[in-house]
Design a protein around this ligand. Structure first.
Ligand code: PT1
Length: 318
């Protein structure tokens, strides 16, 4: 990725001629050589969500290992309490997933994924929670049931490569779709990931998957892109993607980033337990905000919202 490109900046005062980066109230750039057309234009995720600040997507994992007691009928109550806490803490979007895609995780049968996620989406809507919900799935039948229950975004870590029916469903449902880059599948992806130029290859893959999505009838304005931290990436690959994150604005879609509590944060900070990686996750969230990322997928919604409130006050023209 040796093409010239404008730097994403948040320092003040802004020079004459500074333009908002992708509609941000906080991040700006100086147009010039290498500025992709439309780089200052806002990237709409959903009509009711703001485009001038990073959105916080709260992670709702509905997998047996994410419950205090391993898996009983009390799970729905426990999950709804987590959902309410995230909404109260300021989540803009709730990302509900029933299949772990962490390194080494096994595939979950469709019926199990549906049985885990759909009751949660139905229950939160029945409880009057109106926060937009995304369904974190690679499978059309899961996505279809989730949309029926009230979800309105599809988050596919396979970027429409897993299930041949998902692109058509997304086109027909007219919902936003997140296309995420991965090298390999969760089972094998961390074995020996290799790239000649990780930024160029991830960028090129996302551009190609956007083309495939559009050819399947998905409105390009409904696409979201994600470099897929930890999905077939070494520590160095993750750092290169983070340091070059603003390049992905050239794709013309909102950028979603999932860094929260991931292994690379533990490696760099010497923290073994994922649950203890909130501070490092906040550091990455603020760095991504500084590069104009539109959606931050996080476990710690309250902490992230607080950090962003300060970042916003410190990066806006007073
Ligand atoms: C992500 C993401 C996701 N991550 C999107 N969806 C996961 N759009 C699930 C580790 O290295 O980044 N973007 N859905 C969770 N996957 C991982 C991968 C969890 C790696 C942990 C690691 O620790």
């Amino acid at each position: 990725m040796s093409v010239p490109h404008p730097r994403a900046r948040t320092d003040l005062p802004r020079p004459d001629g500074a333009l908002p980066l992708a509609g941000s109230a906080h991040v700006w750039f100086e147009p010039g050589v290498g500025a992709a057309p439309g780089l200052s234009q806002p990237r709409l995720v959903l009509p009711d969500l703001p485009t001038d600040r990073p959105l916080v997507m709260g992670i709702i994992n509905v997998t047996p290992d994410s419950f205090s007691d391993g898996g009983t009928l009390r799970n729905l109550d426990e999950t709804l309490r987590r959902v309410r806490a995230m909404v109260d803490a300021g989540a803009d979007i709730l990302d509900v997933g029933g299949e772990s895609t962490r390194p080494g995780a096994a595939e979950v049968p469709v019926a199990d994924e549906i049985a885990r996620t759909i009751p949660v989406i139905a229950a939160l809507r029945a409880a009057g929670i109106t926060t937009p919900v995304s369904i974190d799935t690679r499978k059309a039948r899961v996505a279809e049931a989730a949309l029926e229950a009230g979800a309105q975004i599809i988050n596919d870590v396979s970027a429409l490569t897993w299930d041949p029916d998902l692109a058509r469903l997304a086109a027909e449902a007219r919902v936003p779709v997140c296309l995420m880059h991965a090298q390999g599948t969760p089972q094998t992806m961390q074995a020996d990931p290799r790239y000649d130029d990780v930024l160029a290859e991830v960028y090129g893959f996302l551009a190609q998957r956007m083309d495939v999505a559009v050819a399947a009838g998905i409105d390009p304005a409904r696409l979201i892109v994600d470099p897929g931290l930890g999905f077939g990436k070494t520590l160095t690959h993750n750092l290169t993607l983070l340091q070059g994150l603003s390049r992905f604005h050239g794709l013309g879609a909102p950028i979603l980033l999932g860094a929260s509590r991931k292994r690379f944060i533990g490696t760099l900070s010497g923290v073994e337990m994922a649950a203890d990686r909130m501070p490092g996750s906040l550091a990455v969230a603020l760095m991504a905000a500084g590069q104009g990322a539109q959606i931050l997928r996080v476990h710690d919604v309250g902490a992230t919202v607080q950090a962003l409130a300060l970042w916003r006050a410190l990066t806006v023209v007073a």
